[in-house]
Design a protein around this ligand. Structure first.
Ligand code: F6P
Length: 535
């Protein structure tokens, strides 16, 4: 077992997997997939979700070795410590309790000996009441008109999670129906073009602005907040801010200082990491305003379902654990650096500050539908090996059946979902191409090595509940990876560096513009660029 001051890579279990890589390099998915009992063992149907990981470059032995690694990393103990409200985010001395955000009203989740669930539900009840009043028109704007549009201002975790859920819900029939006549927009970038795009076509009289910021200090968000405050008050007068601006934050003092009534502020807590905050008021408020609280409550229930699954299922049947272990296998052993997620796992040191001799985290990218196929899949098929996650649903949100078509539109889409993983796994040999009479000079170009790993996740549908499940699977997967690597998945000091350099530049711009001070203190390149910009 790895002690708290040693690295997981020093354990026999890690070295055993390292040695095992050589064996795996001699296998090909083409052959592995002929073993049906292997495929059956690597196919899981749990909590309504199918996970097929038979197209991973892994044998049953690999999986057993990964379970042993999980044991060496005390994975179960770390999961228990997360759910137990311990301060596992040690660099910030905070618990990591996003699971409490979607716990049922009667659940007990303690942090420092205190059950946090009643506090969570106090805010959820406040959101329900507020969003009901906005939606039924009993809360009106400064000129007496109902507020039908919402601009949520926030960045990073205070934006991307809510945007993901909004994008997925937009086409869900139930959600769509309850959003009728309403618009939800997100303003994240500080680029004035983004401000213009977001307010174009909106009337301040009928718009509610929600400022979403955990710290209420993030430069981009606060500047955008001031810009929209100006937009409202120049159109409707300064007193209109009280009716047209509300906030989500852990820093209620700064919210009040900004000029937003604390009664119109929705709290969350420092035990919610920014990147894990979509189930707090960060996501629940704007999404409830758009779709109604009852729809978003289903989303929370879906996430909670996976929280229970993650906590209680044995590793062999635990979707986030399996996905996390496979990521560790792909990144740290097979050396495949890419996949898709939102996280804080790109670390160079262990949680105890020891330099890591192995890679952590993944470079993430992806694309809905078959757009990816028509753009970057060439790289995946014949370029670098990039493990893929294919996520599909059995039932479309909006099925279309055209009378003269062989299959429905959804079947057409899903044909690709089923075909791509096999295309990547099997590839195509020169032999096969010869048999197809492909002209010899084209054979090297049309040969595919295959042996490219993927997992397939199949959900029953994409309603609010399933979206919650999907979100929680990916959140917990990141935690599993971090627990195995022995890093802190819940802080992000790397992001701070860029922020402090931007502060230095901001000061320079101000000094040059107001006092004509020359650009100084930067390297040649930055000095030249800044000087050119200021001319
Ligand atoms: O820079 C990263 C980060 O701190 C994220 O964790 C957070 O989601 C984002 O910035 C925005 O921060 P805030 O919610 O405090 O405005």
């Amino acid at each position: 077992m790895a002690s708290s001051s040693s690295l997981i890579s020093d354990t026999p279990e890690w070295n055993d997997l390292k040695a095992h890589v050589e064996e795996i390099k001699n296998t090909h998915l083409r052959n592995l997939l002929t073993d049906e009992s292997r495929s059956q063992s690597l196919f899981l149907d749990s909590d309504g979700i199918v996970l097929d990981y038979s197209r991973q470059q892994a044998t049953l032995e690999t999986i057993q070795k990964l379970f042993k690694l999980a044991q060496a990393a005390s994975l179960k103990d770390k999961i228990n410590r997360l759910y137990g409200g311990e301060r596992i985010n040690s660099t910030e001395n905070r618990p990591v309790l996003h699971v409490a955000l979607r716990a049922s009203r009667d659940a007990v989740i303690n942090s420092d000996g205190e059950n946090v669930v009643p506090e969570v539900w106090k805010v959820l009840d406040k959101i329900k009441d507020f969003s009901d009043r906005i939606r039924n028109g009993s809360w009106v704007g400064a000129t007496g008109k109902p507020l039908k549009d919402v601009v949520a201002v926030g960045i990073g975790g205070s934006f991307l999670g809510p945007l993901f859920v909004h994008t997925a819900l937009q086409t869900d029939p139930e959600a769509n129906e309850s959003a009728r006549g309403r618009q939800l927009r997100f303003l994240a970038n500080v680029d004035p073009i983004d401000v213009a795009r977001n307010i174009t076509g909106l009337n301040p009289e009928t718009t509610l602005v929600v400022i979403v910021s955990k710290t209420f200090t993030t430069a981009e968000t606060m500047l955008n907040a001031r810009t929209l405050r100006e937009w409202i008050s120049s159109a409707l007068g300064p007193s209109a801010v009280a009716k047209h601006m509300v906030a989500v934050s852990t820093n209620l003092t700064l919210v009040e200082k900004f000029g937003i009534d604390p009664n119109n502020a929705f709290a969350f807590w420092d035990w919610v990491g920014g990147r894990y905050s979509v189930c707090s008021a960060v996501g629940v408020l704007p999404l409830s305003l758009q779709y109604g609280f009852s729809v978003i409550e289903k989303f929370l229930k879906g996430a909670s379902n996976i929280d229970q699954h993650f906590y209680s299922q044995p590793f062999e049947r635990n979707i986030p654990v399996l996905l996390g272990l496979l990521s560790v296998w792909n990144v740290s052993f097979l050396g495949y650096p890419a996949r898709v997620s939102m996280e804080s796992n790109g670390k160079g040191v262990s949680i105890d500050g020891l330099p890591l001799p192995f890679e952590t985290g993944e470079i993430d990218f992806g694309e809905p539908g078959t757009n990816g196929q028509h753009s970057f899949y060439q790289l995946i098929h014949q370029g670098r090996v990039i493990p893929c996650d294919f996520i599909g649903v059995v039932k479309s949100q909006q099925p279309v059946y055209l009378k003269d078509e062989v299959v429905s539109n959804h079947d057409e889409l899903m044909s690709n979902f089923f075909a791509q993983p096999d295309a990547l796994a099997y590839g195509k040999t020169a032999d096969q191409l010869q048999k197809e009479n492909v002209s010899p000079h084209l054979i090297p170009h049309k040969t595919f090595s295959g042996n490219r790993p993927s997992v397939s996740l199949l959900l029953p549908s994409l309603n609010a509940y399933n979206i919650g499940q999907l979100l929680a699977i990916y959140e917990h997967r990141i935690a599993v990876e971090g627990f195995i690597w022995g890093i802190n998945s819940f802080d992000q000091w790397g992001v701070e560096l860029g922020k402090s350099l931007a502060t230095q530049v901001r000061k320079q711009l101000h000094a040059s513009r107001t006092k004509a001070e020359p650009v100084q203190g930067f390297n040649f390149s930055t000095t030249a660029l800044l000087t050119r910009y200021l001319q």
